[in-house]
Ligand binder design. Structure first.
Ligand code: ACO
Length: 310
């Protein structure tokens, strides 16, 4: 697999690809003022960074496609994921994230730990000498590749077989739902390697399993197998390996049976619920419903509060 950087050095990847990382603008579909970073990558460019992207009607599938290296991830992977998010076709409602071969993903490319690093993308040693702002910007751009998978206007499904280690585990955590093959194994290996998980995985992990279980999983860097993952809320379904594809298709189809705008509004409500009091959540429900009822049955918007104001 040829190495690719999407345009030069690691600095170029992280600095020039960003569409205002961390801002709402970077989380919206392509539109408005379009820069280079808002133009969809072609299949050849994606192949060079070990990614595939396919759209079938309302379902998009992102495939980590470096099976001979167990879908190890690089800066270019994350930049490519961010770009897919920024240029996601309007009609897409479900995004499936999967890995080719025996493992979902073996995590960050271990060449990052070597002095040579990943060709064209630097190493941890080269990152270590960056000033704080530049370093932060690069991590922000990497995180962007994961963050958009939580957008309310889509539902993302991680389809996990074999190992999902480190960045692989975090990519699975960045999706709304997880379907696992019965051989799936999660491991948050970062602390064992002297790092922290910084690819947006700590919050969903805590949200799903609680602080105590998350501490235990991360600080032992132990393997969580598929059965345990299902039991503790890290997976919605576990199926035999050979049924993984069919189970994913069934779930994706089921998610398309609901109204698009109502689904997005409901996801917004559910995502906001944990941070709100009951009274605030009730107010948010009222506001979202007012928008739905008006959209469905017409009527005057005067006096009704927009959901964003709640
Ligand atoms: N980075 C780069 N190359 C990798 C990685 C990785 N993370 N993981 C596997 N590979 C390569 C191997 O070097 C090997 O390459 P080679 O055929 O050229 O020798 C190939 O992928 C196959 O790897 P195997 O170990 O033979 O595959 P196996 O299926 O037996 O094991 C497993 C898979 C368990 C994932 C193992 O490869 C492994 O432990 N990998 C390292 C996991 C890791 O520590 N990741 C970093 C986590 S921390 C973070 O993500 C921030």
């Amino acid at each position: 697999m040829p190495e690719a950087t999407l345009g030069g050095s690691a600095a170029a990847i992280w600095a020039s690809e960003g569409a205002e990382p961390g801002t709402d603008g970077a989380l919206t579909r392509a539109g408005g003022v379009r820069g280079e970073a808002d133009i969809a990558l072609g299949s050849e460019e994606l192949a060079k960074i070990g990614l595939r992207f396919e759209v079938d009607g309302k379902i998009a599938t992102i495939t980590l496609d470096r099976p001979e290296k167990r879908n190890a991830q690089t800066f270019a992977t994350w930049s490519g994921l961010a770009r897919i998010g920024r240029t996601l076709p309007e009609q897409v409602r479900v995004v499936v994230v999967r890995g080719e071969g025996p493992s979902f993903s073996a995590g960050i490319d271990l060449r990052m730990f070597t002095p040579e690093g990943v060709p064209g993308q630097g190493s941890f040693a080269s990152a270590a000498v960056l000033d704080g702002d530049t370093f932060g910007e690069r991590i922000t751009e990497a995180q962007e590749g994961f963050l958009w998978l939580r957008r309310p206007d889509i539902v993302s499904i991680a389809v996990v077989q074999g190992h999902a280690i480190g960045a692989g585990f975090q990519l699975a955590l960045s999706c709304d739902l997880r379907i696992l093959a019965d051989d799936a194994k999660f491991c948050m290996k970062e602390p064992a390697l002297g790092l922290v998980p910084d690819l947006t995985g700590t919050k969903p992990l805590v949200d799903l399993v609680g602080v105590a279980r998350a501490v235990e999983i991360c600080l032992t860097a132990r393997v969580v197998d598929a059965g345990e993952a299902l039991r503790i809320g890290l997976a919605e379904q576990v199926v035999p390996r050979e049924e993984l594809e069919a189970a994913t298709r069934r779930l994706a189809s089921a998610l398309l049976t609901t109204d698009r705008d109502a689904a997005a509004a409901t996801k917004r409500l559910l995502q906001g619920a944990v941070g709100r009091t009951l009274a605030e959540q009730c107010a948010a429900e009222r506001a979202e419903q007012a928008v739905r009822i008006r959209a469905l049955f017409g009527g005057n918007a005067a006096g009704a509060q927009e959901p964003s104001q709640v």
